[in-house]
Design a binder for this molecule. Structure first.
Ligand code: IPD
Ligand code: CA
Ligand code: CA
Ligand code: CA
Length: 267
């Protein structure tokens, strides 16, 4: 099947900027904040309204496209045949609520299982990162250069402190040797932004034992397009329909960290 990628990308960019305008306009209003799975798992009316906005636009324009959205207004998607939009209406909701910055809208569009269009919009800075596979990654109109190699001793990695303190998911000692050997660690609180930072070379790697499809669907496409690698923590291809661990890094460094720091972990 021939996909009209350019047209779909043009609509996606238009809608993501419109959604961003709406979110920026909300800063002067009072937010309605509630919790989902636990008291720290926040959601706002804006998360929900933004997802519903995309769904309305997509269904009006492309009735046969399928949608996966974090807030649950999309379809019950069980396979990736056809065109599937994977949407995180606000990635970094905690930052959105507390800081009104350091969050993004993330949209990955998959065609028969292949990620071909990725968009991540840093709403506050009006910075739209976008990519059609094979055509490079752009920050607004500016092309982003390919990734280069980095040494472990000079690397900055994004890693949440949760994973080096006792936690329910992994042995918290596992990542300590890596933390000791890198130049620095960071945690930005938005997986989509952390993936954009890997894609742009602002950080050298991003490691997390748990993410959902909408956190990574767009970022994976961009990182791969620029020559980086994005896998699970075992070094395998991620299954975009499931919860995943994620390890994204520059070329070279990805293999080095896998071989020397991750290979013995039970991820
Ligand atoms: C969260 C952010 C955060 C990550 C969490 C995600 P949300 O997404 O990406 O950085 O650590 O695992 O759930 O809920 O703000 O869209
Ligand atoms: Ca959430
Ligand atoms: Ca998210
Ligand atoms: Ca979200």
């Amino acid at each position: 099947m021939e996909w009209n990628l350019k047209e779909i990308d043009t609509y996606a960019k238009k809608w993501i900027r419109e959604a961003g305008d709406h979110i920026r306009a909300s800063f002067s209003k009072t937010l309605n904040v509630t919790s989902k799975s636990n008291p720290n798992d926040l959601v706002t009316d804006l998360d929900k309204a933004t997802e519903q906005f995309f769904i309305k636009k997509i269904k009006e324009t492309y009735p046969d496209h399928k949608i996966i959205g974090e807030e649950g207004y999309g379809d019950n998607v069980t396979d990736l045949t056809g065109t599937v939009w994977i949407i995180d209406p606000i990635d970094g909701t905690m930052n959105f609520v507390h800081q009104q910055r350091n969050f993004a809208i993330s949209i990955g569009i998959y065609f028969d299982g292949e990620g071909l269009i990725g968009l991540i919009y840093d709403v506050v800075h009006d910075e739209l990162y976008h990519c059609i596979k094979g055509n490079g990654v752009y920050l607004n109109e500016k092309p982003i250069p390919k990734l280069t190699e980095a040494k472990i001793s000079e690397a900055i990695i994004a890693l949440n402190a949760t994973w080096v303190a006792p936690n329910k998911r992994i042995d918290h000692q596992l990542l300590l040797p890596l933390v000791k050997d890198v130049r620095g660690t960071r945690s930005y609180g938005s997986a989509a932004m952390e993936m954009v930072y890997v894609a742009t070379g602002r950080i050298d790697a991003y490691i997390t034992p748990r993410l959902a499809p909408w956190d990574i669907a767009a970022g994976i496409i961009m990182i791969k397009e620029l020559g980086g690698k994005a896998t699970n923590l075992r070094g395998e291809e991620v299954d975009i329909l499931k919860q995943n661990s994620l390890f994204a890094a520059k070329p070279g460094l990805h293999g080095y960290i896998l071989r020397n720091y991750l290979k013995d972990g039970k991820w």
